[in-house]
Design a protein. Structure first.
Ligand code: 26V
Length: 799
């Protein structure tokens, strides 16, 4: 590889810009962004070809990660960093009089995901390439990503995210690798002379899946893996027979393009939308064609050997149609019999579950499945019948559970059941989550297939979330324990030798303060709110959901406000509460909570009696690049879901890695964080998951009693009912009490407030706080996605 110097870098940029008749000194930051991308793309292309060649000749087993979402974030800085060119580029830009950050900000986040599930997929791709595994992502190139959120008058409004309005420099369209997908039509069965059946399809709707490949760069190792995103296009050009026919065809084409038109923004409730099912089949059918073509071209062995060379991870149930689709291809196109096809298929797929929220569990009406995918429906039916028969005959102890286990039941196809039956591995994403799958959600299946179940606790890429997002902190860590931690993040534990190293703690303090000052500037520029960078930055950033309990956090803010109003001399450590969250557009309650946070913010921030001791900030349009700005500046990370509801969480890991302390419930990966840092270095509160389940079962919890007996709660709730913050919050009051507070906000309130008081006291002892912060950083190495990916690779994928 070339040795880059700032001078060489600049001169290359100069010639790239010249080709477009732009003088380097006069280039806009957008032009600079494109020029740098193009420069680095040349480097990428060479390595991409080499990696592909190596995979072609060595024929290692390949992993394919199928996911409806990939939230990859900005790639320019990432790719420069991975090629060890970031410092050179920064220096070159500065010398030319540019602000490097402004150039990186020209890049738009491809918002091709909702939240945790999509971001996890992106961290995994990063780790796969860093660890030199042959693993690739397959997804959809939505023309509209997740909506852009604007807060107008305190309310969330959604704007379309047309992220492709200017060219995306990292994708390569590969029209010659486009494949055809068929929907609908009818299935004809014919019996051949040897008695076997063949299936043919008639009057199907044909759609072209055109791949756009995005390179995934390994960290300083020249590996380039592929994220392939499919785009839907009409299979044939518009003809012009006559005018009505012409318009009819145009309309049809438009409908086809809709398949990759937009990302569904509701990750909280499954709606069973026709178009969503079309999207899922689109992803699955296109990806399998490519996977099988590569196998046949590279491996050239019998299909029975497929599971030795190919493993497919399905990210939640969304791509689980891949299972019947694989059966269809093996039987109808490759003429294998059922048993052999099933043997191959069920040894190729592994399924990850990401949620136990029953509203989000996918099921499709039989009528929809049957009409859109008639042949797949036949196959699912057959899988179901064989499965049920197997239980009936071979597992009599489960006979009475059959209707809860059947893949097709009460008019629906239950996707999680299909995914479990058709996979050789089923995993949860944190220890508690996997435990809950085994003992509750998928209990019957666990009894049937105990060996299939396993845990893979989530992780995050420390390259993006520490080295790139917080370079000063990374530098100090390296100065303290050398740079080995970068390749082996577990070695961050060497920091534990320094918990009383005063000069180091002072440096941590300085860095956190700089990061907070930077965020404070951003807050001022974007919201006009002035925040004190010496206050505690208390942060909750994640999708807005009732179970994540942003409302509990808000209740705490209101409580503190009420206290200060009553006693202006109250001695509290100044706090800045920072929220960022998108609500699903149709999730009324979640949107009310956003409005409440913004209303409380404007009351609190403008009340002179508060004397700036409290500030509340809602940052709009939470996405990967905003997360990168916030996370290095966090003092206190809010991970306060109702115990048992958050499968893992990954924001918790990102903030821990950046030295934040956590206030959290014993839920998801918080539990594993606690085990590492010990109870002295994390602030735990609230009900535990078994207590929550017990309350659900016995019905013994009475939210109303707490309302009657706790004056602080009564005051807050009455303020909501009586319009203290405006009249639109009555609904929150009524919903909480009439549904008996299903997320235990009132129940956990007292412990939460008390824990916050403890935090306030702890923060006053700066050195003690800083050494806790260091302990958290030191143990965060376990949450590198490199660890997670190694676990998947050795115990599931066998790469
Ligand atoms: C569901 C649906 C339903 C219909 C339409 C679109 C859509 C999109 C996503 C989902 C499922 C979301 C599940 C999810 O994001 N789970 C999160 O996964 C994280 C990574 O494993 C984990 O850290 C979070 O705890 C978990 O909530």
């Amino acid at each position: 590889m070339k040795k880059w110097t700032p001078a060489l870098f600049s001169s290359q940029l100069e010639s790239i810009l010249k080709e477009h008749e732009i003088e380097i000194k006069e280039a806009s930051s957008k032009e600079m962004y494109y020029a740098i991308s193009s420069l680095i793309s040349q480097e990428i292309e060479r390595n991409w070809k080499k990696t592909e060649k190596r995979y072609h000749s060595k024929r290692p087993k390949q992993l394919y990660y199928l996911s409806m979402e990939f939230l990859i974030g900005g790639l320019l800085k990432n790719n420069l960093f991975h090629y060890d060119m970031l410092d050179t580029c920064n220096q070159a830009m500065t010398e030319l009089g540019f602000d490097p950050d402004q150039i990186y900000q020209e890049e738009r986040d491809p918002g091709l995901g909702n939240g945790g599930l999509g971001r996890l997929a992106a961290c995994f791709l990063d780790s796969l390439a860093a660890l030199q595994y042959p693993g690739h992502g397959y997804g959809i190139r939505y023309r509209y990503g997740l909506f852009e959120q604007r807060i107008i008058n305190g309310y969330q409004t959604e704007l379309p995210d047309y992220w492709l309005d200017s060219p995306y420099p990292w994708e390569i369209r590969k029209i010659d690798e486009a494949v055809e997908i068929e929907y609908g039509g009818s299935v004809h069965m014919q019996q051949a002379e040897d008695g076997s059946f063949t299936f043919s399809y008639h009057n199907t709707d044909k759609v072209l899946a055109v791949p756009y490949d995005v390179p995934i760069i390994g960290f300083q190792n020249k590996v380039v893996n592929t994220l392939r995103l499919w785009s839907a296009e009409p299979a044939d050009a518009v003809q012009q027979p006559d005018e009505t026919e012409y318009y009819h065809q145009l309309e049809h084409h438009h409908a086809i393009e809709q398949i990759s038109g937009f990302l569904y923004p509701d990750d909280s409730s499954e709606e069973g939308k026709w178009l969503r099912l079309k999207q899922q089949y689109f992803l699955v059918a296109a990806s399998l064609q490519k996977i099988l073509k590569d196998y046949q071209e590279n491996v050239r062995k019998s299909l029975s050997k497929l599971p030795d060379k190919v493993v497919i991870q399905i990210n939640d149930t969304h791509p689980s149609l891949a299972i019947p689709e694989m059966m269809r291809i093996l039987m109808d196109e490759e003429s294998l019999g059922w048993d052999e096809a099933w043997q191959i298929t069920s040894n190729m797929f592994a399924y990850t579950n990401h949620t136990i929220m029953s509203e989000a569990l996918e099921k499709w009406p039989v009528t929809v499945m049957h009409q859109l995918l008639p042949r797949l429906y036949m196959i699912i039916n057959e899988i179901n019948e064989r499965f049920c028969r197997d239980i009936w005959e071979g597992h009599t102890e489960l006979r009475e559970r059959i209707s809860e286990m059947a893949i097709i039941a009460d008019g629906y196809v239950h996707m999680a059941r299909l995914a479990v039956v058709g996979s050789f591995s089923v995993n949860g994403v944190a220890k508690l989550h996997t435990q809950i799958l085994k003992t509750q959600e998928l209990k019957d299946f666990y009894q049937l297939y105990p060996k299939r179940f396993n845990n893979k606790t989530n992780g995050i890429t420390h390259r993006r979330w520490l080295l790139m997002a917080n370079p000063r902190l990374a530098e100090v860590i390296t100065e303290t324990i050398s740079s080995h931690w970068i390749k082996r993040p577990r070695e961050l534990t060497h920091l534990l030798r320094h918990i009383n190293d005063k000069p180091l703690l002072d440096q941590l303090d300085i860095i956190k303060n700089e990061n907070k000052q930077k965020l404070a500037d951003y807050i001022q520029q974007t919201t006009g709110i002035l925040v004190d960078h010496q206050s505690i930055f208390d942060v909750q950033i994640k999708r807005l959901h009732e179970y994540k309990r942003q409302l509990l956090n808000t209740f705490h803010v209101i409580y503190l406000y009420n206290e200060l109003k009553e006693n202006p001399l109250l001695d509290i450590t100044p706090r800045t509460f920072i929220f960022a969250a998108k609500a699903a557009p149709s999730y009324y309650f979640a949107k009310e909570v956003i409005k409440l946070i913004n209303t409380v913010a404007s009351v609190v921030n403008h009340d002179p009696a508060i004397k700036g001791k409290l500030k509340v900030v809602f940052l709009e349009n939470y996405n990967v690049s905003l997360a990168e700005k916030i996370i290095p500046a966090v003092d206190l990370s809010e991970q306060i879901s109702t115990a048992g509801k958050e499968a893992s969480g990954t924001g918790n890991m990102k903030m821990m890695m950046n030295g934040a302390l956590t206030i959290g419930t014993l839920d998801g990966a918080n539990i594993e964080m606690k085990q590492l840092v010990s109870e002295a270095n994390i602030f735990l509160f609230g009900l535990q998951s078994d207590e929550v389940f017990q309350y659900y079962q016995t019905g013994e919890y009475q939210a109303n009693e707490l309302y009657q007996t706790d004056d602080r709660l009564a005051k807050i709730l009455d303020q909501l009912r009586d319009g203290y913050f405006g009249h639109e919050f009555k609904d929150i009051y009524y919903q909480l009490l009439s549904t008996n507070d299903p997320y235990f906000i009132l129940k956990d309130f007292d412990d939460y407030v008390e824990t916050h008081q403890h935090i306030d006291q702890t923060y006053r002892n700066k050195d003690s706080w800083l050494s806790k912060s260091l302990v958290n950083i030191a143990h965060s190495g376990k949450f590198s996605s490199d660890r997670t990916i190694r676990e998947y690779a050795t115990s599931i994928w066998k790469l």
